[in-house]
Design a protein around this ligand. Structure first.
Ligand SMILES: Cc1cc2nc3c(=O)[nH]c(=O)nc-3n(C[C@H](O)[C@H](O)[C@H](O)COP(=O)(O)O)c2cc1C
Length: 325
């Protein structure tokens, strides 16, 4: 069973983003056209030990649907047990991380390190699929390094072990987040497996998403970095995929109102002090999209209260009006 009907139209996925894809991000992403979202990646081991910080990452807003939970780990029993717990919490699907390149994760043989140990990866998928009744997917990179691609083999393993779909981030682990992406691998994976394939990597604009869909035949597209401070991209992609016509550019006022809503959500979720600290990077991301703006004032990254954020953004809009006059 699929989390969504991936055969009906190309679905637009908001990627799992550690430190970002909390419920305020997801709520706004959904409103702007993301069909499916993910909570922040969590450690299977942390969840089964009831680690509070891990469990907090599972908060959802009331009535939130079409949401997956992404797990990472390297012990089949732990991933399977954590997946069972997540199913009990009402998530629609579980994704397994085989792409995270950071030392903290690969150093423990998790994330992209599993692309070098396919027998272990197969045991994890088999054990987990057996334990749950919701769909299980894999999000992976093309391989550990570009000379040793393993994505086709992982695709066959995932399909043979009962995964519902696969998402391919078209870079190898050693390529980290380099500008170069290899969409041809998405097409090759699509030609190799019969379960749906979601393409990820390097989508910056709605036109990129359409091009990825056309060039690879992928069943859906997943977007990450280009949506930071720019959730409007989900709507732009949805509209272009559905109608072939581009959306007009979002105005400064909508950008700022959405930014304020996002910050309010984060303050509600984490409290004002921690929430504003968490929002500082977000302010910079939203600010980047404002047309006619001045250079980002370093003060923006020193705000401490929601009132200061409002004040700063009101001044930014005023400045863009003056510049336009
Ligand atoms: C800040 C940040 C956090 C991320 N966290 C995760 C994560 O928790 N799980 C995951 O599978 N990928 C994670 N990624 C990778 C993205 O989901 C995505 O695969 C990658 O950025 C490529 O897509 P893009 O080119 O659209 O950015 C993260 C990326 C960034 C920049």
């Amino acid at each position: 069973m699929m989390p969504v009907n991936l055969r009906s139209r190309p679905w637009v996925f908001a990627a799992p983003l550690a430190g970002v894809s909390d419920w305020p991000y997801r709520k706004i992403a959904k409103r702007y056209g993301a069909d499916y979202v993910f909570a922040e990646m969590i450690a299977a081991e942390g969840l089964i030990r009831n680690n509070l910080r891990t469990c907090e990452l599972l908060y959802r807003f009331e009535g939130e649907t079409n949401i997956g939970c992404q797990l990472f780990g390297n012990r089949p029993e732990a991933v399977a047990e954590a997946a069972e717990m997540v199913e009990g919490l009402g998530f629609d699907s579980i994704d397994f991380n085989c792409g995270c390149p950071v030392h903290k994760v690969v150093g423990k043989n998790g994330g992209a390190a599993l692309l070098k140990d396919l027998p272990l990866l197969e045991r994890i998928v088999t054990a987990t699929v057996k334990k749950i009744s919701i769909p299980f997917s894999i999000k992976m990179r093309t391989g550990w390094d570009s000379k040793h691609p393993t994505y086709l083999e992982v695709g066959r393993i995932a399909e043979g072990s009962g995964a519902a779909y696969i998402c391919l981030h078209a870079r190898a682990q050693t390529e980290f987040f380099s500008p170069e992406v290899h969409w041809e691998h998405i097409r090759q994976l699509k030609e190799t497996v019969s379960i749906p394939v979601i393409g990820n990597g390097g989508i910056k604009t709605a036109e990129d998403a359409l091009r990825m869909h056309n060039e690879t035949g992928c069943d859906g597209v997943m977007v990450a970095t280009a949506t930071l401070g720019n959730p409007f991209l989900f709507r732009e992609i949805r509209t272009l995929l559905d109608t072939g016509t581009p959306e007009p550019r979002v105005c400064n006022e909508e950008r700022i109102l959405t930014c304020l809503e996002h910050v309010r959500g984060i303050v509600e979720r984490f409290g004002e002090s921690a929430g504003i600290k968490r929002s500082r990077k977000l302010l910079g991301w939203y600010y980047r999209g404002i047309t006619g703006r001045k250079r980002v004032d370093p003060q923006l990254f020193q705000v401490n209260t929601y009132a200061e954020v409002e004040c700063y953004l009101a001044a930014a809009v005023e400045a863009t009006r003056e510049n336009a006059a």
